[in-house]
Design a protein around this ligand. Structure first.
Ligand SMILES: [Zn+2]
Length: 425
C-alpha cells in the first residue's frame, strides 16, 4: 500500500505544480539581466515581480528577465506602486517583451490600479513561445556593443585611436560580484576613430560617448544609429568623414550594464557615474578613469568642436538635450529640431569651473579637459510605442545636424548661395 501511495504522489505532484503555475521559471543571470528573485513568483496565471533597489530607492529600476514555461499561457504581470519610472510613473509607460531578444514588443494592455496599489500589464493572446524575455526599457547588453565594434573593425573608415589596440580596446573594466550574487567578468572598454583616411588637411574633432549610466540603454541605441550613419555612404556622412575625426567610446560603464544596475557600476554601485569626471574624483573609478584619460590622449586635449554624452531615461516628457545656452543658436540645433521637432532644449552652465568640478559631469570634463566648444547631454525618453528603430533614426538625425554645423555652415557664402539656387541644380 505504502509503495502505491508513493507512486500516486509522485505522479500527482508534477501535475499539481503545473496547474498552480509554478512550472514558470525566472532567470536574470545574463548580460544586462536584472530581477529581485525574492520578490518574484508565479501564482496561477499572475506573475509578481520586482527589481533590485540599488540606486535611488523607489526610483525607476532596470528590470530584464527571462521566463520559461510561458507557452500557451495568458499571463498577467503585476508590480507594486513603488516602481517609479520618473515623473510619469507607470501610468503611460509600458514594459516590453521578446521571444528572441532582438525584436521587442510593447504589451497590449497596461494600467495603474491605484486602489490596489499595483501596476498590471498583459497581452490579449497567450504567449506563442515557451521562453519570453520581459524588460523595462529596451535592453542594450554589453555584448551588443562588442558585436557592433567587431562589425565596425572591418570598415575602411574605422581606425584605432592612440589609446586603443587593433581590436579597438582601450582597457578592461573592474568586474566583480553584483548585489544579487552575479559574477561580472572584466569587460572590454572600446575606443575608435571614424574618419576618411584618404582626406588630408585640418579636421574638426567630435567626441561621442554613451553608456555612462547603467540603465540608460536608449542612449546606446541612439549612439548605434549615429555610428552606422557615420560609416554609411549617405552624402552627408561622406562629407563629414572628409572634414571631421570622430572619437567614439560607446560603453563607458560596461559592468553596470552587464550587471543590470540602475545607475552606478559594480565597483561602486551607489555612485552616480556622471559625477566623477575629474582626475582626482575618478582615481578609484577604473572605467571612468580609463575613458577620461583616453579621451585626453586621443584628442590632444584641446580644440574639440563637439562633445556628446548620450543618456536616456524613462518619462512621458519630450526628448531633450542639456547644453550651454549658446548651443541653441547653432546650425546644429536648427537642423536637429527640423528632424526632431519635439526635441526640447535645457540650458545648463558648464563654464563655471569650480561649481561643476564638484559635480564632475562629463560635459564639464569635455569643456575643461578637451576644450569642447559645444558639449551636450542628449536625454532620450522611453515612451510607449517608440521602439529600437525610432532611437536609431534619432541617432542619424544627430549625425545630419552635425553635418549642418561642421560641413555646411563652414562653406563659403558664395558656395552656399549657389546650392540654395534651384536653377543651378
Ligand atoms: Zn544619465
Amino acid at each position: 500500500m505504502k509503495t502505491l501511495a508513493h507512486l500516486l504522489l509522485l505522479l500527482l505532484i508534477p501535475a499539481a505544480l503545473g496547474a498552480a503555475g509554478s512550472d514558470i521559471r525566472f532567470y536574470h543571470d545574463f548580460d544586462n539581466g536584472s530581477l529581485l528573485p525574492e520578490n518574484t513568483r508565479a501564482e496561477g496565471d499572475t506573475v509578481y515581480f520586482d527589481g533590485p533597489d540599488n540606486f535611488n530607492p523607489g526610483g525607476w529600476k532596470w528590470i530584464h528577465f527571462r521566463m520559461t514555461g510561458a507557452l500557451d499561457r495568458a499571463l498577467k504581470f503585476e508590480i507594486g506602486n513603488h516602481y517609479a519610472t520618473g515623473s510619469g510613473r507607470l501610468d503611460d509607460l509600458v514594459f516590453v517583451y521578446s521571444h528572441d531578444q532582438i525584436r521587442w514588443h510593447f504589451f497590449d494592455e497596461a494600467a495603474h490600479h491605484r486602489d490596489e496599489g499595483v501596476y498590471r500589464f498583459f497581452n490579449n493572446e497567450p504567449f506563442a513561445h515557451d521562453t519570453v524575455w520581459v524588460s523595462f526599457s529596451l535592453p542594450y547588453p554589453h555584448g551588443r556593443v562588442a558585436n557592433l565594434v567587431h562589425f565596425l573593425r572591418s570598415n575602411i573608415y574605422v581606425f584605432p585611436t592612440p589609446s586603443s589596440d587593433r581590436r579597438l580596446v582601450i582597457g578592461q573594466s573592474a568586474g566583480g560580484t553584483t548585489d544579487t550574487g552575479r559574477t561580472v567578468p572584466p569587460l572590454d572598454l572600446f575606443g575608435l576613430k571614424i574618419t576618411d583616411g584618404e582626406a588630408g588637411g585640418e579636421k574638426e574633432k567630435v567626441v561621442i560617448i554613451s553608456g555612462v549610466h547603467a540603465n540608460e540603454t536608449l542612449g546606446n541605441h541612439v549612439t548605434e544609429g549615429l555610428l552606422l550613419f557615420l560609416v554609411s555612404e549617405e552624402p552627408e556622412a561622406v562629407e563629414l568623414r572628409q572634414n571631421v575625426e570622430f572619437f567614439v567610446y560607446p560603453m563607458v560603464n560596461p559592468d553596470g550594464r552587464y550587471g543590470g544596475y540602475n545607475r552606478g557600476g559594480v565597483q561602486h554601485p551607489r555612485r552616480d557615474t556622471n559625477r566623477f569626471w575629474h582626475e582626482e574624483l575618478y582615481a578609484d573609478m577604473k572605467e571612468i578613469q580609463t575613458v577620461g584619460e583616453a579621451m585626453k590622449r586621443d584628442t590632444g586635449g584641446d580644440g574639440v568642436a563637439m562633445f556628446f554624452d548620450f543618456h536616456s531615461w524613462s518619462d512621458t516628457r519630450p526628448h531633450f538635450v542639456i547644453a550651454e545656452a549658446h548651443v541653441r543658436d547653432t546650425p546644429f540645433w536648427t537642423r536637429l529640431t527640423e528632424f526632431e521637432p519635439e526635441m526640447r532644449f535645457s540650458a545648463s552652465r558648464y563654464g563655471d569651473e569650480e561649481a561643476l568640478r564638484e559635480a564632475g559631469r562629463s560635459t564639464w570634463f569635455a569643456k575643461h579637459r578637451l576644450g569642447a566648444r559645444h558639449a551636450m547631454t542628449p536625454e532620450t525618453m522611453f515612451r510607449a510605442g517608440e521602439n529600437i528603430d525610432r532611437y536609431r533614426r534619432m541617432g542619424r538625425h544627430f549625425g545630419l545636424a552635425m553635418y549642418a554645423e561642421l560641413v555646411e555652415s563652414q562653406r563659403s557664402p558664395a558656395a552656399r548661395e549657389r546650392e540654395a539656387e534651384p536653377a543651378s541644380r
